[in-house]
Design a protein. Sequence first.
Lengths: 301, 262
Amino acid sequence: MEELHSVPAWKETLVTRIIQICGYSSILFVILILYFLLSEGLPALWKADLNSLFSTRWYPTESYFGIWPLIFGSLFVTLGAGLVSVPLGIGTAVYISEVAPSWTKEILKPLVELLAGLPSVVLGFLGIQVLVPFMRRFFDLPTGLTALSGAILLGMISIPTMVSVAEDALNTVPKSYREASMALGATRWQTIWGVTLPAAKSGVITAVLLGMGRAMGETMAVMMVTGNAPVMPQGLQTIILPIRTMTATIASEMGEVAAGSVHYSVLFLIGIILFIISLVVNVVAFTLTSRKTTRSERLLS
Amino acid sequence: MIDHQTQTKPPIISAEDLCIFYGNFRAVKNVDMKIVPNQITAIIGPSGCGKSTVLRSFNRMNDFIPNCHVTGKITFHGHNIYDEDVDPVQVRQKIGMVFQKPNPFPKSIFDNVAWGLKINGMKGDLSEPVEQALKQAALWDEVKDHLKKSGLSLSGGQQQRLCIARALAVKPDIILMDEPCSALDPIATLKIEDLMRELSKDYTIIIVTHNMQQAARASDYTAFFTMDSDRAGVMVEYGETSHIFTNPQDKRTEDYITGRYG
Ligand SMILES: Nc1ncnc2c1ncn2[C@@H]1O[C@H](COP(=O)(O)OP(=O)(O)OP(=O)(O)O)[C@@H](O)[C@H]1O
Ligand SMILES: [Mg+2]
């Protein structure tokens, strides 16, 4: 009986406490960051004139703090990136998981992981050296630093993330589903589209949102190829004009503002907006994926 | 005796000199087997003797196993299903399969059954054929009020009948069943056996089973497989179930069915 209690109770308590502290500290960090962000950013709402904030002109040296062009810029390149990365990313994931012979799979999988870990500055280089000149020649523009370049580059950057998460999701679909479908006389494509992808739906949605999240938060690469002009959209041609994102604005201007100035507060306000957008995306992702599990759990019980 | 009548009926599917390889390993050799239409044929034999391998070769499910290949012939409707010009997808539409572990899709009960219809190009209101398939599988009364519930929410036995309904919906000629009751309790097992009996009026059924009583009870014909000295599966004896169980011709068959195997 003695041996059964040979681990002293205080050791257990100690371990529990340490783990508790780790858990609480991450909560604390989030709260601190949030507090910092809010306390630096919210004053912008009364320090800068609201009319100026919600105008369409961003020209801080003349006290024009219109954030619309920046919000628009970010949304534009992110959604544009999504148009590039979702079909390509999901397509690649399907290819790797469902179609590729095993030797190809073994080469492609680590390659994708490698790409996902590539610093975005490196891809920015590629963008400047290859993509931007191409855009300039292709559309015959004065500059290839355009919204479209940013969208394409961000699409490329978010593809590996999307592929690796979506591929994992597809891999967790039991082989028996595919067999059942094929045994009914479904073709491989019908099986992928009608059985495998729906079965992996929540994981695939997560993959898309993570990829888009990566695109939204990306700073360096997008700064290097979009030309950074905070302009409002004027019709379709906007896609081949320079644009500027929220992240690029913060990164390029934060270094040269005086702490506590209006400009400084507005930059933090932009940070708050970015934070809210990513929060919304996360909440949507969470409800989309968890609603599904609770529904099936309810049925299983 | 029915023997003479049914034996003279042309077989619906037959294997001739069938050998199946996994890479260099010959898992099954020289099987000759004529399946009688509208009868239940049981395949029995010790574990690893190639029963599943043979069964899967009947609807080309082995195509999905890399480096599995087949020699010999399997003739179905006068065609060798392994001929170059045969589309395996069409073979599988005519020869359905029910697996050892119930494997409904993570979709609603309705969609599980409707899936096979959809891939066959059926459009519009599918509730009629879905209902029919569920009735044939003796599941309709249990699920008719919650067709929208997930197929995974059913019990194991119900899930297996759902899988049978799903296979029936595409109107195959033959249904292959690989140990369909091994994950079920005795009552659910009996239900499936009754169902098989009912279905054999319209379908030809080939079932792999480890359960000797099940083969004796539920099948019309029995094939006994065992492993040869080179570990390849061979068919030892094949005939009417009553003959195989009461009057086996081969010593190995006798040993196996009386439980003296190994
Ligand atoms: N995918 C595979 N790759 C390589 N060898 C295989 C594969 N599947 C089966 N085999 C081999 O083929 C032989 C027959 O296997 P099979 O699954 O057909 O046996 P079985 O009679 O169905 O056995 P059980 O009663 O245990 O289900 C075995 O020696 C097995 O190891
Ligand atoms: Mg088997």
